[in-house]
Every structure is written in C-alpha cells, then in structure tokens.
Design a protein around this ligand. Sequence first.
Ligand SMILES: [Zn+2]
Ligand SMILES: [Zn+2]
Length: 264
Amino acid sequence: MYPHDYHLHSNFSCDGKASIVEQCLSAMAKGIPEIGITDHFDLHPGDECAGFFRPIEWAAEFDRARREFEGRLIVRAGIELGEPHIYQAECQALLKSYPFDYALGSLHWVGDEVVFDRQYFRRPADEAYGLFFEELERMTRVGGIDILSHFDVVVRVGKPVYGGYDPRRYEEVIRAVLKNCIEHGIALDLNTQGLRNRCQLLTPGVEILRWYREMGGERVTLGSDAHQPDDIAANFDLAIEALRAAGLQYVTMFEQREARLITI
Ligand SMILES: [Zn+2]
Ligand SMILES: [Zn+2]
C-alpha cells in the first residue's frame, strides 16, 4: 500500500471541499496509514486564498481530529506556504506558532502574475517557463521549507496552452533548483494533481526526478493535492512507477520537521 499522502487540503483552504475529519476518514477507507493536512497559507494580495487561513481555529480542529484518529491513522500537521521567500517573516512566525511536522513551499505567483491564469501564458513558452523556474530558484535558495510543492506546476495551465512541454529546454535552471533543494535537505513533492486535469502530467515528471537522483537527491514525498476526499492518493501507482524509473528508492516521512527515509 502507499506509505502516505502528504499534500491534502481541508476547508481551512479557501478552495477546500472537505473537513479535516472527512479527509482522515477517506484516507482510512483507502488504507493509507499516514497523511499530512497542508492547507494554504497565502499572503500575496491578489491570491484568492489570501488571509483565509485561521491558525488558531485550525489548530483546535486539527488537534481534535488527530486525537480522534489516534492509533488508527497518523495525521501530520503540514502547511502549504505560498511564496515563502517573499513572505519570510510571516511564514517563519507561523511555523513558530504551532509544532508543525513539515512545511511545503509553493510558487504560485511570479511577481504579480499567478501561473493558473491563462493571461500569464500570453508570452512565448520559453519566457513563461523560464521566468517561473528563475523565481523557483530564488525561492529554494532561501530555504526554510521541508518540501518543495509541485515542482513545475506552471505546466498545469501552460501545457494545454502551448500544446507541449519539454523540461530539457530549461535543464540548467531546473538543475540549479535541484541543487538548492539538495543543499537545504528539501524533499520534492511528487504531485499527482496534474494527472487529474488537462495537462496530464506528474509534477515533477521522471526526467526531473532522474536529474535529481543523478545529483545525489533522495528525498521525495507523495502528494495528491486533494481538495476533496475522493482524490486522496489518486494515481499514486503512476507516481511510484516514475520514482522507480528514475532510480529513486525512498519515500521521505516527516515528524517535527525531521526527515526519515523509508524504502519503497
Ligand atoms: Zn499549490
Ligand atoms: Zn496544494
């Protein structure tokens, strides 16, 4: 069975469709032994989720759910930080306010443009992808996160717009991102959400995973990015297939921001 699902949203995210308890029940029904709840903490003023996360109420409900499932399901306290390199002080303050097990770092905005809006893709593909990866390099250089979310999420909207995507065109900057991750011990979130939308891609795919392994990277987590219970662990068979094809052997578990590798 799958070891965990480390990227899940509850209705403490503005776009979440399920309570923490409903997500836990679905994970148990699917036989997943460990999950992490990773609601959005977004501060970009243009973001639809900006200011939505309520840390005190979240902690109360999270603690209640964790107790309710004790002995049946391990529930990790995660958070999905948007642009943590830009909102460093706010993100670090949040991480100090509660004993989180891990922090995902996510790049959804490049400057004042969100990469889920087709407007971002009015420019040539190389420019759209290049700007995204350069910003991702700046974000990972700062560190302060445990897991890098959905590496090349820009393709979710970009690939259908341009009709293709070849990470080899951006190999140099992608390798710079991977180097930052390895140096800071940041794991890669092998995110299956793209397999449920029009881009039909795992983010990152096997090519990037292979570069990561060649460079000495070992830390990978599995994430469905489920905003509703049905999507928990969706397409994890394909994620594990990609992991193995890239020559990676472990999945990384987190507790109190300490990583532990288990063989897959
Ligand atoms: Zn995200
Ligand atoms: Zn997410």
